[in-house]
Design a protein around this ligand. Structure first.
Ligand code: HDE
Length: 682
């Protein structure tokens, strides 16, 4: 019989009650009768060791955390489906590309690289773009990034790169930032990093949304068809919403306004049925094409511009389901570049070759067992069987004696277990000969031509952002010789870039670095620019609408439906979050002004009565709301009454600033031409 006791959940004297549906039990199924009090000797006496309910609960809690990923610790994930739209059986026997309309489930994890699991979403950083295809021939993990090149050419440099960019070893900072001595010291001594560094200084490294990033397999891989013919292939993800990025000041402010900006954006979009989509494209080429290029296709610091090898779209990925549990799925997801399916093969890219070892190894230390493939998010969705047995946390119960192969147990009527099949994975035959050496091929020796090509492919604004990012990062570097060495490389990429960065830092232009190979003038590629490829759309864009007591409901409704009709969303903001009396009705705003700064939105609007606008014109949160929107080159729509707020902020009507009725059209873009007037860029 339950004893009378003080119920800590209601504050009343009463019997401990069972709430909710399922019965609360221990991990071994033993039902709890009281989840509020531990077992004591007397109402005010000591807790008893015997309390197995308490001990199991605390024991499990104490071990809730597992080691975070050494890189890419902070990630956001979703489930989805890949559909083949253009089958390519002539190129590969990979079953997921065999038929038009064939669907393959996927799990995708996006990540920042340098920060810890609890760090922020919007630092300047490369983003991971890891896709697990659960094909009917096993899992294929395409573990890529949102930047198509990498910092180093050989896996043996990876620990040095990562040590240099992570927080400095003695002081434990900075978190999630490359703007410090050790990173720039390392890259300035490793000119092979320059191509990726210039991408990382560009707007690619501050994406507006995970839904608006491109993804790349980075390395050259191989396709192998039914007859064993192999070709080279590079993999690309193209976001259907188009690429968008943040302004640097905006991304820094977002780190205070919403640490989870990208994670929330992805989760909310999927929850609202606004599913993010990517086209999947391949660049397929042969040895002759590879031989014709002035760089090596095995070098992961190089791209092949799509003007040279066009992209062929062969599929579409839709992310349509949020994880049910962050830990079980996102944290425990284990991606392995070595997970490859028949019809796809590795190239000899030395970075890829090193990755094939690293990821398998790291899962053992992170997930603690060789059986990590049994965790639901990692398990193949096709049947799998082999003779590997036992190990920590074996959750399967293999039957029979056949745990070795070959065996003849079938002759005794027993199940002999699985056998290798001729249709299984076959490595594409390739002649390999050479001396055993520790050497870097001379074909990997040009470190400046492609950064130069990237710089020349940018718009003026984009170039200014890159130069300013270098200035910002190097201004956080205390070691003068490191700053100078970086600028000495930038001069070789492009004199103008070196000069602008030196001027921005206020240092004399150092002697140029001496390249191993003189840089070439490769043709610029428009496909590399975000601004040149901007999709003018409201889809996926969010408008922050500032309202207050007495605002016109008809106007709010009209603006909201115009934005929503084109796939955008409206977030209403008021000085208080409680229900508001409006002219023509009531409305409960989505957010409070102080907690909803304009950095959270792609465009802003104000629909206010004159008296409320007067009041807000004395509130720095409202002034900051429009000032930041203006400085971040966003559209601002306003009513007559709210003009007083703009006047106080010193903002006049002009391109992208006008009546709220024009906002649906204005909100499709950023106003790059405004930038020179609001920011002193390098
Ligand atoms: Fe990774 N990388 N990496 N990496 N990487 C990891 O594996 C590593 C590289 C990438 O969401 C780790 O499970 C080495 C290139 C992504 O779970 C680790 C080298 C590219 C993710 C590891 C590289 C990537 C990782 C840490 C040089 C783009 C996150 C935790 C040889 C093509 C996957 C883990 C996820 C994660 C090692 C270089 C992308 C330690 C040794 C190049 C997206 O194994």
């Amino acid at each position: 019989m339950a004893r009378k006791s003080y119920d800590s959940t209601t504050g009343n004297a009463g019997e401990t009650q069972q709430r909710g549906g399922a019965v609360l039990t221990t991990n071994h199924g033993i039902p709890f009768s009281d989840n509020q009090n531990s077992l004591r000797a007397g109402a005010r006496g000591p807790t008893l060791l015997e309390d197995f309910l308490l001990r199991e609960k605390i024991f499990h809690f104490d071990h809730e955390r597992i080691p975070e990923r050494i890189v890419h610790a902070r990630g956001s994930a979703a489930h989805g489906v890949f559909t083949c739209t253009d089958p390519i059986p002539g190129l590969t026997r990979a079953s997921l590309f065999a038929e038009k309309g064939k669907q393959t489930p996927v799990f995708v994890r996006f990540s920042t690289v340098a920060g810890g699991a609890g760090s922020v979403d919007t630092p300047r950083d490369v983003r991971g773009f890891a896709v697990k295809f659960y094909t009917d021939q096993g899992n294929w993990d395409l573990v890529g990034n949102n930047i198509p090149v990498f910092f180093i050419q050989d896996a043996i440099k990876f620990p040095d790169l990562v040590h240099s960019v992570k927080m400095e070893a003695d002081r434990g900072y900075p978190q999630a930032a490359s703007a410090h001595d050790t990173f720039w010291d390392f890259v300035s001594l490793m000119p092979e990093s320059l191509h990726t560094v210039i991408w990382a200084m560009s707007d690619r490294a501050i994406p507006r949304s995970l839904r608006m990033m491109e993804g790349f397999g980075v390395h050259t891989f191989k396709f192998v068809n039914e007859t064993g013919e192999a070709s080279f292939v590079k993999f690309h993800w193209r976001p259907v919403l188009g690429m968008q990025s943040l302004i640097w000041d905006e991304s820094a402010k977002l780190q205070g306004a919403d640490n989870d900006y990208h994670r929330r954006d992805l989760f909310e979009a999927i929850a609202a049925g606004d599913f993010p989509e990517w086209d999947f494209a391949v660049q397929v080429f042969d040895q002759a094409l590879a031989d014709s290029l002035p760089y090596d296709v095995l070098d992961p610091t190089k791209i092949i511009p799509e003007e040279i090898v066009p992209l062929r779209v062969i599929g579409r990925m839709v992310l349509n389901r949020n994880p049910d549990n962050h830990f079980a799925e996102n944290e425990q997801a284990a991606f392995l570049p070595s997970n490859i399916v028949p019809g796809i093969d590795f190239s000899d890219d030395p970075l890829l070759q090193g990755r094939l070892f690293s990821y398998l190894d790291t899962q053992k230390s992170r997930l603690g067992t060789t059986n990590f493939h049994q965790i639901p998010v990692n398990a193949p969705k096709c049947p799998y069987a082999n003779m590997m047995r036992d190990g920590l946390m074996q959750t399967q119960v293999p039957k029979g004696r056949a745990n070795y192969e070959p065996n003849s147990l079938d002759q005794a009527g027993e199940d002999p277990g699985p056998r290798a099949s001729a249709s299984g994975f076959v490595t594409a035959p390739q002649e390999v000969a050479g001396d055993k050496l520790r050497i870097r091929s001379e074909t990997f020796g040009d470190h400046y031509s492609q950064p130069r090509m990237y710089w020349r492919s940018m718009t003026e604004n984009e170039q200014a952002h890159i130069a300013s990012a270098f200035v910002f990062e190097l201004s956080k570097v205390g070691l003068g010789h490191v700053r100078e060495r970086v600028v000495s490389h930038l001069r070789v990429i492009e004199e103008d870039l070196g000069q602008r960065v030196a001027d921005g830092l206020g240092i004399a232009l150092p002697e140029p670095a001496s390249p191993f190979r003189a840089p070439l003038d490769l043709a610029p590629s428009d496909a590399l620019s975000i601004q040149k490829n901007w999709h003018e759309t409201l889809k996926g864009r969010k408008v922050g609408l500032l309202i207050a007591e007495g605002s016109d409901k008809a106007g709010i409704d009209k603006l909201t439906s115009a934005i929503e009709a084109e796939g955008g969303t409206v977030f209403t903001i008021a000085p208080k979050v409680g229900p508001l009396k409006l002219k023509g009705g009531t409305l409960t705003p989505d957010g409070q002004l102080a907690g909803s700064p304009s950095v959270l939105f792609d465009a802003v609007a104000m629909i206010l009565m004159p008296d409320q606008a007067e009041k807000l014109a004395r509130d720095s949160a409202a002034i900051g709301f429009v000032m930041d929107a203006f400085a971040h080159l966003k559209a601002i729509g306003h009513c007559k009454g709210s003009a007083v707020i703009l006047a106080r902020a010193g903002i006049e009507d002009g391109e992208g600033v006008g009546p709220w009725e024009d906002l649906p059209d204005m909100a499709r873009r950023r106003y790059w031409a405004r930038e020179a007037g609001v920011r002193d860029l390098a």
